[in-house]
Design a protein around this ligand. Structure first.
Ligand code: SF4
Ligand code: SF4
Length: 381
């Protein structure tokens, strides 16, 4: 298992984490088996959006004394009522639900206190002014949550939250289909057939801005819906073609600022399919050719950071150089962290001899030679 820094939190998360929907309504024995498999593979983090008390108790029992080495990303603003989960915003319910969650998880702290489902800018403002953010800050000051996060599907809602400087982690829906669509507070539009009827072109600029802003400000992203609820893996995928689980995971894990994908496996087989990412070859991870052949989507001219143009004879990591270039361009200057990451690369844009081999291998008609030239100007070498 590979581990990644989660923004500036100081936490190192396994790049494959667990989602919790597969544990809802399952018994203790199933939970034990899933955890045995996940822990043996090195998984060290889990998202807990659901406040299901039985699920929490089963998870606490499955983890036992390993709790201290495991990262809970658990949600504020969800409560369990009448046998189902419900989003709540009134501060009394939020407080009561948090205390119940600690009890059921048999713990006295949560690693990432995730403010749940902030899908509109108005809702973020209510969170900021209506007591929820103050409560999260109070919990952090008391050590009951270690870091504050926000979960969302809408870049327009969370750009403001991320820029506020109060949010350290963002849980966001990241996959190659949702990434095409403009931000909306109607989450249903992300998977509605209607949204994918007209030809679609490249990444939505606000989503690209969100990922780049997170990278720049050191806000770590944990990913939900990497498989679009399973749609992307089927022949009925909105892209018009099925992707593999490994390709979806690799796409999410190559976006700026992404540290982990919380895989919502419902069965042992689904969990194994996600864990297989760690053993996958570069060819199995490569999503470039299948993306380039999507009948409904064009990515032309936009670097996907896919790495399909490798290898470079001069050892340049074209995908990462281009990513750092775009981060610097979005900011209008070179942020210190980007400069450090660039410096750590084995070869730099200035090493490019413009042989054009990478350009021939790019399926998205990007001009990597021009990008290397620009990167040399921006970084100076
Ligand atoms: S230049 Fe093309 S092949 Fe290389 S990382 Fe970008 S999109 Fe992928
Ligand atoms: S054009 Fe530059 S970056 Fe591309 S393969 Fe040749 S030397 Fe490497």
């Amino acid at each position: 298992m590979k581990y990644r820094e989660l923004g500036k939190t100081g936490l190192k998360v396994s790049e494959i984490g667990l989602g919790c929907e597969g544990f809802n309504g399952k018994d203790a024995a199933f939970t034990q088996e899933m955890f045995k498999l996940a822990l043996a593979a090195g998984v060290n983090c889990m998202d807990l959006y659901s406040p299901n008390p039985d699920m929490h108790k089963n998870i606490a029992a499955a983890l036992g004394s390993r709790r201290k080495d495991f990262i809970y990303q658990a949600h504020l603003c969800t409560e369990w009522k009448d046998g189902q989960y419900k989003a709540v915003r009134d501060i009394a319910s939020v407080k009561a639900a948090f205390e119940t969650m600690l009890k059921n998880l048999n713990t006295d702290y949560i690693d990432i206190g995730m403010i749940h489902y902030v899908d509109s800018p108005e809702l973020w403002r209510t969170i900021e002014s209506g007591g929820v953010l103050d409560y999260a800050l109070e919990l952090k000051a008391k050590g009951k949550i270690k870091h504050i996060g926000v979960s969302s599907h809408n870049p327009l809602a969370v750009l403001e939250a991320v820029k506020s400087g109060k949010v350290e982690v963002l849980m966001f829906s990241v996959n190659p289909c949702y990434d095409l669509l403009p931000g909306t507070d109607d989450v249903e539009k992300l998977w509605a057939e209607e949204s994918y009827k007209k030809p679609l072109l490249n990444l939505d600029p606000k989503r690209a801005e969100l990922y780049e802003t997170c990278q720049r400000l050191g806000v770590g992203i944990t990913v939900m819906k990497a498989f679009g609820g399973g749609d992307l893996l089927s022949e009925y995928s909105p892209a018009g073609k099925a992707l593999t689980a490994v390709q979806c995971l690799h796409y999410a894990l190559t976006r700026p600022a992404v540290a982990a994908v919380m895989s919502g496996a419902r069965t042992m087989e689904e969990l194994k399919a996600s864990l297989d990412y760690e053993k996958a070859s570069e060819a199995e991870k490569d999503y470039a050719e299948v993306f380039a052949s999507f009948p409904k989507i064009s990515w032309e001219g936009h670097c996907m950071y896919c790495g399909h143009c490798a290898p470079c004879h001069k050892g340049i990591d074209v995908a990462n150089v281009t990513k750092f270039l775009n981060l610097a361009k979005a900011q209008g200057e070179v942020p210190e962290t980007v400069r450090e990451h660039y410096a750590a690369l084995e070869a730099h844009a200035g090493d490019c001899i413009a042989c054009g081999a990478c350009a021939k291998r790019c399926p998205f008609a990007v001009d990597p030679v021009a990008n290397m030239k620009e990167a040399k100007e921006v970084f100076g070498y």
